[in-house]
Design a protein. Sequence first.
Length: 260
Amino acid sequence: MLLQNKNAIIYGAGGGIGGAVARTFAREGARVHLAGRNAANVEAVAADITAAGGTAEAAVVDALDEHAVEEHAARVAAEAGSIDVSLNLITRNDVQGTPLVDLSVADYVSCVTGGLTTNFITARAAGRRMAEQGSGVILALNSGSSHTSPMMGGTCPADSAIDALIRTLAQELGPRGVRAVGLWAAGVPETLTPEKLGAVNPSMGTPEALQNVLDMLDNLRMLPASPRLAEIAELAAFLASDRAAAVTGGWVNATAMFPS
């Protein structure tokens, strides 16, 4: 098992990607500590893991609340003995589909400030404890859109900021035995619905628009089709494991897209 006896905190564990990663981590032997704002969602994932023979604990944690994150991390470290993996999968609520000149300040910066804030808070809480124990892995995920793209709103600067955060954490914490790694994963088909697309871009909240997006994503890939949710979860488990001990400071292109 890749993650035997490791303690992993997953923020946003009640979401589509978060739940899949949590189940995969547990299958690989990790004790997963599921954190999210929706109690029912994280408890449902924990119940699935427990029913399958894994070990999971669910907690309501607002990852934008630094005191709540610190308290939760301190409790996990004290009760479990370590924090070996920390993964942030919190939704940023990006706003896309509007030209920048027509976008409000709030809609442009919200995903930048929100995404960077929650990733910083959760990484800091884990990084402090990992540095003390001399080991650990901080993981992050974004769409790999740090290069400029039209009609993407604040997504590009938000991704850029999180990219830089992971690289800096790797440089600062590497001498203490802590790795920081990111995954670029844009457009995972199983996580996309008309409702989710419509929340980001109001003009795309239809089944027809969803199919157009899925077709477009397939055509942008270097491989024949978009990566599946299970493949993203398996890659996260590998990067969190000791088999990836030489990997830090970079971003793995799980989107399989041609570079910008």
